[in-house]
Design a protein around this ligand. Sequence first.
Ligand SMILES: [Zn+2]
Length: 376
Amino acid sequence: MLTPTKRNPWHRGAGRVLLTSLALPGLLLTALALFTLADRSLLLHPAAAPLPGVTVHLPLSAPAAESPAPDAPAVPPEEPECEEAAAPAEAVPTDRGVHLQLLDGEQTLDVTLEDYLWGVVSAEMPASFEDEALRAQAVAARTYTVYKLLHPTKAHEAQLCSDPGCCQAWLSREDRMAKWGSDREELAQRITDAIRDTDGMVMCYGGEPIQAVFHAASGTATRSAEEVWGSEVPYLHSVSSPEGEEVPNYYSTVSVPAAEFAAALPDCHLEGDCSGWIGDTEYDESGLSRRICIGGTWVDTTKLRSLFSLRSSNLSLTGDGDTLTFSVTGYGHGVGMSQYGANAMAQQGSRWQEIMEWYYSGAKPENLADKPLGLG
Ligand SMILES: [Zn+2]
């Protein structure tokens, strides 16, 4: 059974922030952030330095309506003459105050973080997933994006691109809506709600936004960053993950002709009947395959995944006659949040904070509006 080790005190809808700013010409600028959290009240940093290359507009809005005082008189006082009551303005989402440059094909677009996230979440996760899974995806995508803004890529001049092999998948609203069916309006609203419900929230480790990498489905457990990419990342450790056969193509097989297999692995001694080529398999502490002895040489399963375009590196390998066959479980690099795992956790009652804290060990949710933005 999957039980996060720590219960998160945040509640559904936590993180919504009402930003109030009162300007007195030449005298005073006060920015006060009022949180819906019962146990938190935090000040916004109005003079925070903007991120390099990021335009940050702090939202300005009227104060939220207050509850009546408990000792309010039963008979209301006379109303003042001819003064229109100002309607309380809606709080402006923090995501809408951040702009970024997005490379999409040949064109570079200037989009708000809110609009960008809509295109990412709707492209990265089925909109039919549980609410809390969609919220977790929104936070993962926002966190990944902010990390990219703070640590610019050298792959292109724009801060992000729409290529999932480089940054994150992204679809324009028009393209996304065209791919959905008759329930497109409902699905679009679910994506919008997931982003608004987690407005400004990012996962931080030691106060810094993390590399919130994610993947489709792990095979019983996620991988550590060190296992896959060779360098240890304190919040990207292997954890168990509850998804299974509900994942499309959770189990897959790939067959490779022996000659093609041998050509791809020139360092391995591969001759004769391939049924004798495959030796022992070494597993990591989570029971996922780490490397396989092939023709007397150890080969990492991450390398095999790359060489033969396998869905994941959690695999077994057999040889028979002149064909080698990979049996693969899961889909993706296996590091960080599993999207199907997040959905399974949500179905079991976990909230997005618990899902994120499970897959990103030691990281905590924080609000961009609550932080000086000159991070990195
Ligand atoms: Zn990119």
